[in-house]
Structure formats: C-alpha cells, structure tokens
Design a protein around this ligand. Structure first.
Ligand code: MG
Length: 667
C-alpha cells in the first residue's frame, strides 16, 4: 500500500470536510434573482417568509431539474474523458494543478493551496492558474465514476479560491503590467486572479462545471448560494472592466453572452447578454478586415476569433436568440473561415506567424466539422471537414487577402502541393510580430521554411529575452538593416497577380528611417520561386537577407551563396542567392519553436552586404524545391534593370542553362 498517498488522501478528505463547514448561506443571492420567473415560486414564497434555508433548498431543487436552458458545449448523456483529462482530475485531488502545457509536469500548489505560488516568472503560468483548467475534467471524472471525492474536492477548491483571492481594486494598466515584465506589490494577486480574461474564462467554464456537479450531495444549498454570488460578482466585474480591444475583448463578450444565457434567473442576465452581443456585433466589424482577416494578423488568434463568434452563435441557436446576431455577422464568420483555409497547408497546419501555434490535424478537422454544422450547405467547408471525402475544395488556388496582407501561392489542396504564404500587411496588434515580408513554404508534405514561432509570451526579464529572440525581425525570412528589428511595419501591396505561369507579388515596407524594403516574389511554372529584395534609401550599414530552414541536414556552400537540404523523404530545397554587390553568406543562430517553451535548433543563414551610401542594395534569391536531391538544378540570376525602379523590376533567371525573363510591372 502506498502509505504516503493514503495519508494525503485522508488529508484531502479532512480538508474537504472543513471547507464544507466553511460555506455560508448567502441570502443576498435572493435579491440578485428574478423570483417572479416560472419555476421559482417556492423560492419566492420561502423568501417572503424569510425562511432562507428552505429558499436555498428550493432553489437547488429548481436548478437540479431545470429545463429550457441549453449549454451547447457539453452533452451530459454522452460524456467522455480523455486520459489526459483523467490525469488532470486525479492530480488535482492532490493539488497538483494542470495550468499550462509549457510547464510539465504540473506543479503542486501545497496541501493548503497557495494560489500565489509562481515557480517561474512567466505571466501565463500565474494568470492561467486562475482558469482552473482541471475543474471541468474533475466534473467529468465525477459523473463518469460517480465517485464523490471529485465533487467534494471541487467544492473545497472552489471555496478555497474565493477565500484566498478577494476582489480588490486593480487598474486596467495593472492587469497587463506583466507584459512589460514589471511586478507591482500592491494588489499583486488580484491583478492575476481577476484579470478580465481569466474572469471571463471562469464565467464560461463554470457553466459546464455547474451542470456536472449540481447533482452531487456535496453541492449543498449553502454552496449553491456561494456559487451564485461568486458567479454574479464575476459577470458584474466584466461588465465594468471589459478589455479595451483585441481578442481579449471578444473572449469576454462571448462569455458574457454565456453568463446571460445560462443563468437567465439573474435580474442582470439580460444586461449581460445584451452587452456581450452588442460588443460582438460591433467588434466583428472593427476587428475583421473585408478580406476576412482578424486585425491581430496572427493565424492562431484569427482561429480563436472565428471560434468565439461561432460559440456565441451556437449559444444563441440553442437558446432561441439567433435573431440578435444579424446575417452580416454570420457571413463574416464564413469569410474568416475562408481566409483561414487559404493560409493553411494541406496537412491543416497554419503558418506560425506572430504568436501562432502550429495546430494539430485532428483538432483542426474538428473545427471544420463544427463549422459545417453552422454552414451545412457550404461545399468547401464540407470538403475540409471530411478531409476531402465529400464536397469540393475552394474553386481557386493562389489567393491574396490584400487588406490583411496574407498572400498564398498554391498549386493545389493535396499533400503534394507547393504552397507559399507571404505575410506583408498593415501594422498588427499585440500578438503580431514585426516580420513584414516573411513567408513559409510547404512542398510535398514538408514545411521547408517554418517561422521561428513565439516560444513564450510575457514575464520577467529572462522570459522577455526569450520572447524577443523569436519575435525580432531577424528571426524571420526577410530583410534587416544591421540585424535590427523593423521600425515600421506597414506593408503596401504594389502588385498581386495570382494567375498564370508566372504569378507575382510586389510588396513594400517602410522598414527603417532611411531604408525601405521592396520584395518581389515570382512563382514560376508552379515549381520554383524567385525573390527579389531591394533595400532603398539614404541609410548606411549592413543589409542582411535572412533565411531560416526546417530542422535537419542542410549543406551550406558559402562560396556560392547557396545551400541544399538533405532531408529524408521527397521534399527538399535548393536556395541560392545572387546579391548584386559582393557580400558574405553567414550561418546564424537558428531556432524554431513548435509549441510553448519547446524549440529545436535549425540552420539559419544571412546574406550580408555593406551599404555605404544611398545606392540600393539588391538581391535575387532562387528557391527551388525538389522531390529528389539528385535533381538540384544549376541556377543563375541577374538584374536586367540597372538600378531600383519604382515601376518594377526585371530579372533573368537561368535553370540548368534555360533562361527565363521575369518582369514585375507596377501600374
Ligand atoms: Mg514569427
């Protein structure tokens, strides 16, 4: 027998009993409820007699038998728990809490839970503790096993959290201070526990937890009053403390829709719901460009925004208020899905631009399945949802989202396709990285130039140093001056021609004081890419053209400004750069982050040319993907126009001696 575990188990049981005693009947809850609602007659009459105990018993009875309110994210008749969720639930019994994938194994928060424990000074670790990600798994474990230990422990932790995380005034600035790596002593805990995003997370998840646990004997009438008072405080808090903008505001609004729809018994419920709906209707117009791109220019947050809008829509459908979300709202969601389909690769992963995560095929296919339920007549959503078994893909291949600045060159939707996604848009919001001009290139099953990713978000100096390495411009497939990060990120599309044998993009970014960067991309015969980079202006220094390869064997031939990959399988690439002036090819520190706090080393190179005066620095790079490394071609390239020309560029490229003239004409 594991004595240690048994003792720990007994301790938990003891603590849970003490906690249950600590619950009080919070009679103020009855003032918060509209007791005139059908079904609450007995509660109302007990309240009139000031029999608060009976009122609480009647209220619990009402909630245990309530019908007519639907939580569409959970089906109590078909509950499933994954191995991972079961572990989170079991670990939580011993106060080992799953907080973040980046910090595994999970930390133990002590027998007497220390909600302020912060073993690594990464803000996400401290913020996300207050999302209680293990609560819903505990609820599922409870329902599936019938074991009361989960319910008792959940009640205990719920009450313990209330007791130790009082809501004290925190300013908006203080909630986000960690982003600058600062920590303030005053209200330090509240600024984590009560950051609006975390509060809204609890508002949403507690609707599920309520359904899972309400049947338990541990869910006493007294606890119900504690729960409702706490929940009401959460929604009232959000109503007055919405984030100013961005995905946080969207999350908070959607979750207020949940609060209002799930607990219509609160007098304030209508206000909460209307507030959430109003914000979503307003922000979908503000945060989504006409081409369907969300303005943070981050594929992952774009996806999150789609799902936020969809969740509100599903809640509205399930509870009969779809009419509050106009047709235009629904059409914008569809446009956002189309935008997303366009920037994704055939294996359903998205480029890791900005703070994006790679995504995972099953989860992404499930997204399409959920979207198909909202758009059952859409043949292309059906195609992605069924992995090509039904429906038909989008009727075009290459696609430009000109307002958002995402451009895809594509030869098909199958795994063998050749797909380049270029990011060159306007100034993005917080999650956007200064990476204008960068790209990812997928060929025949492999991402040959994956983005460096984001690695971590925000925290103390050490964490910010890591974040900034991945965030900086030089860690992208684009041009820098002296390795510095772009001062201005505001790309202008000069030409987008997505059809024919030679497809062309010309995009220009102001980049630095005294140096603009024009990048011309030619996609030739659906086979290879010719990238022309021109650095123009008065500025002097070293111009660097940076490229970052997929991890694995890369053979660098600095003498010929060339490299070839020797990856396993049928997806390799030759890259050769032809700088107009003599320069050097250097190998640079290279990393790719595949998930939060996970990174792998990879080959990165820079082509460096001294810019001594106002003369432009120009490069031609040929990127030639091949299935068979024996097929690497001989490459040559040169400029045909003598110097930078605002009207465009002409280059001559030779592949195995066969010459090709490529011309970009800007009108
Ligand atoms: Mg990046």
């Amino acid at each position: 027998m594991n004595i240690k575990k048994t003792i720990l188990g007994l301790c938990c049981l003891w603590v849970a009993t003490v906690a249950a005693d600590a619950q009080q009947l919070r009679k103020e809850v009855f003032d918060m409820l509209d007791l005139k609602r059908p079904g609450l007659e007995q509660v109302k009459s007990a309240c009139e007699r000031q029999q608060w105990d009976s009122a609480a018993v009647a209220l619990l009875d009402y909630y245990r038998h309530r019908t007519g309110v639907v939580q569409p994210d959970i089906d109590l008749n078909h509950l499933k728990i994954s191995e991972k969720e079961q572990k989170w639930a079991d670990d939580a019994l011993e106060h080992t809490f799953f907080v973040h994938y980046g910090y595994q194994p999970s930390y133990n928060y002590g027998k007497d839970i220390n909600w302020e424990y912060w073993p690594v000074q990464d803000n996400e670790l401290r913020w996300q503790l207050h999302r209680h990600k293990w609560f819903t798994p505990m609820g599922k474990a409870y329902r599936l096993s019938g074991d009361e230990k989960y319910a008792k422990e959940w009640v205990y932790q719920y009450m313990d959290w209330i007791k130790k995380n009082p809501l004290v005034p925190v300013t908006k600035e203080e909630f986000e201070q960690g982003s600058a790596g600062e920590v303030r002593a005053t209200n330090e805990n509240a600024r984590f526990a009560w950051r609006p995003l975390e509060v809204s997370n609890r508002l949403q998840d507690q609707t599920r937890q309520f359904l899972l646990f309400v049947v338990s004997p541990a869910f006493t009438p007294e606890f119900l009053t504690e729960f409702l008072v706490n929940y009401h405080r959460h929604a009232a808090f959000i109503l007055k403390n919405y984030s100013d903008q961005g995905n946080h505001l969207l999350f908070e609004a959607q979750r207020m829709v949940y609060a209002g729809a799930f607990f219509p018994e609160f007098k304030e419920a209508k206000t909460w719901r209307e507030s959430g709906i109003g914000i979503l209707n307003r922000e979908i117009k503000k945060q989504v460009y006409a081409d369907g791109g969300q303005y943070e220019l981050d594929p992952h947050y774009h996806l999150a925004a789609i799902n936020i809008f969809c969740q509100a829509l599903r809640m509205a459908d399930a509870n009969g208020f779809r009419s509050e979300l106009p047709t235009e709202y629904v059409e914008t969601i569809k446009k956002m899905i189309e935008f997303y389909a366009n920037i994704c690769f055939p294996d359903y992963t998205n480029p890791c631009f900005s703070d994006a995560k790679l995504g995972e095929r099953t989860a992404e296919v499930n997204n399409y399945k959920a979207w198909l339920k909202l758009f059952p007549d859409c043949e292309w959503i059906r195609w992605y949802a069924t992995e090509g078994r039904e429906g038909a893909p989008l009727s075009y291949w290459s696609h430009g989202a000109l307002a958002s600045g995402f451009f895809t060159f594509r030869t098909g939707w199958d795994m063998g396709a050749n797909v380049m996604v270029v990011k060159a848009g306007p100034k993005g919001e917080w999650h956007c990285q200064p990476d204008n001009g960068t790209f990812e290139l997928w060929f025949n099953g492999r991402n040959l130039f994956p983005d460096s990713g984001s690695y971590v978000y925000a925290g103390d100096e050490e964490v910010m140093k890591l974040r900034n390495w991945f965030r900086r411009t030089k860690s992208h497939n684009t041009l820098t001056l002296d390795g510095k990060t772009l001062e201005t990120t505001q790309s202008v599309t000069k030409l987008w021609q997505p059809e024919g044998d030679v497809q062309t993009l010309v995009t220009e970014n102001p980049s630095y004081q005294g140096l603009k960067h024009r990048r011309t991309v030619f996609f030739v015969d659906g086979t290879y890419y010719v990238i022309v980079d021109e650095a123009v202006g008065e500025a002097t220094g070293t111009v660097n053209l940076n490229y970052h390869l997929c991890e694995g064997t890369v053979n660098v031939d600095a003498k010929h400004n060339s490299l070839t990959t020797a990856y396993e399988g049928a997806s390799n690439v030759k890259l050769q750069c032809f700088p107009e002036r003599k320069g050097t090819m250097s190998e640079e520190e290279g990393w790719r982050s595949t998930a939060y706090r996970h990174r792998v080393p990879r080959t990165s190179v820079a082509f460096n040319v001294e810019k001594k005066n106002a003369d432009p620095i120009r490069y031609i790079t040929v990127i030639y993907p091949v299935k068979d490394t024996a097929a690497y071609p001989q490459l040559k390239a040169k400029f045909k126009n003598k110097t930078f020309d605002e009207k465009g560029v002409t280059v001559e490229v030779s592949v195995n001696g066969k010459k090709r003239l490529l011309k970009a004409e800007i009108n």
